[in-house]
Write a protein that binds this ligand. Structure first.
Ligand code: PMP
Length: 331
């Protein structure tokens, strides 16, 4: 009988698929995408959850009956909730009230608890997202805060899994690796592995939303979710990428929609962003070049936004004037 012992044993080993329509007339290179939405929790964050929890157990930061507390509303929460449930830990996620109910419901469906904090308070207020999670960690005995932005086990999990999978599946023929940068864990870990294993022959390219610090911005708001920052997390090693390509929200969303419609790949906006950056670099590449682009999550969580014409127009990505703020958008 062929079966997994538990759902968490199915994390990783995601497939590569070749793009053929969106690359037509743009590049002679082979462009392969790695489908991280096929992880059990639906994103690349499943990979980091197991290793972050393993390390906390080893280091005595998480003991039987312990509680995981993290300010997160998205993919990291799902990954942590999955592993925590399997190992009997309580999970509390703190998220701002601008996070949609659907996203919170996914976390509670996995058995996590969600604490909602007001968006309209200063970041250093005790009521803020960070203020509340810090207080919960202090007050709950046996609480552990993974902090994906500074936890070295984030990049390490990509060094140990994502990088080797790409090298194995391309039989060492990969020449370029492209990924969006959020905490920086994916590009740091995967990029470091691919540079080392290839004798520095693989070019590492980060994709970043216009306005984020990685591409020289100040953190000006952008609409693509999960990538870009207004500070420099320690999970990110700026020495790993050779290049960072800046991508506009409009280009990211347009490509995200083309991937669904033309390639049958329904993914989120950060995936579209990474493909735009890859095609920009691949336009200058030759027929022997092999690009691997990591697509972090699926598109179902964005049906009301990126895949909704009215939403796109209302936020200025169609023809109608904008007139909305980022806070509205994220609501
Ligand atoms: N895309 C999405 C949708 C994400 O949730 C994340 C994680 N924040 C990323 C991209 C970026 O990955 P990383 O944090 O490893 O840089």
């Amino acid at each position: 009988m062929k079966y997994a012992e538990s759902i968490v044993d199915l994390v990783g080993d995601t497939p590569l698929v070749k793009l053929s329509r969106v690359t037509e007339g743009v590049t002679q290179a082979t462009v392969l995408v790695k489908l991280e939405y096929l992880n059990p929790g639906g994103s690349s964050k499943d990979r980091i959850a197991g290793r972050i929890i393993d390390a906390a157990e080893r280091e005595g930061k998480l003991k039987p009956g312990g509680t995981i507390v993290e300010p997160t509303s998205g993919n990291t929460g799902v990954g942590l909730a999955l592993v925590a449930q399997q190992r009997g830990y309580r999970c509390i996620f703190v998220c701002p009230d601008k996070v949609g109910e659907d996203k919170r419901n996914v976390l509670t469906a996995y058995g996590a608890e969600v604490v909602v904090t007001p968006t309209a308070v200063a970041p250093d207020s005790p009521e803020s997202y960070y203020g509340v999670s810090d207080r919960l960690v202090r007050e709950i005995p046996g609480a552990f805060k993974p902090d994906q932005y500074s936890n070295p086990n984030g990049p390490r999990s990509h060094y140990e899994t994502t990088g080797p999978e790409i090298w194995r599946d391309t039989e060492g023929r990969v020449t370029h690796f492209v990924a969006g940068v959020g905490t920086g864990g994916t590009i740091t870990g995967t990029g470091r592995y691919l540079r080392e294993v290839s004798g520095d022959q693989v070019r590492i390219i980060g994709a970043d939303p216009e306005g984020s610090v990685y591409s020289g911005g100040t953190g000006r708001p952008y609409f693509v979710e999960g990538v870009g920052e207004d500070f420099w997390p320690t999970a990110y090693d700026p020495a790993v990428p050779h290049e960072i390509i800046e991508v506009s929200d409009a280009a990211s969303f347009a490509m995200t929609r083309r991937l669904a419609r033309e390639e049958g790949i329904l993914v989120g906006g950060s995936s579209g962003m990474a493909v735009v950056a890859a095609l920009e670099a691949a336009a200058k590449a030759g027929p022997d070049d092999v690009f691997v682009v990591l697509l972090p999550d699926g598109g179902r969580g964005y049906l009301g936004k990126i895949f909704n014409d009215k939403w796109l127009r209302a936020y200025g990505f169609g023809n109608a004037p904008s007139g909305h703020t980022v806070a509205d958008l994220l609501a």
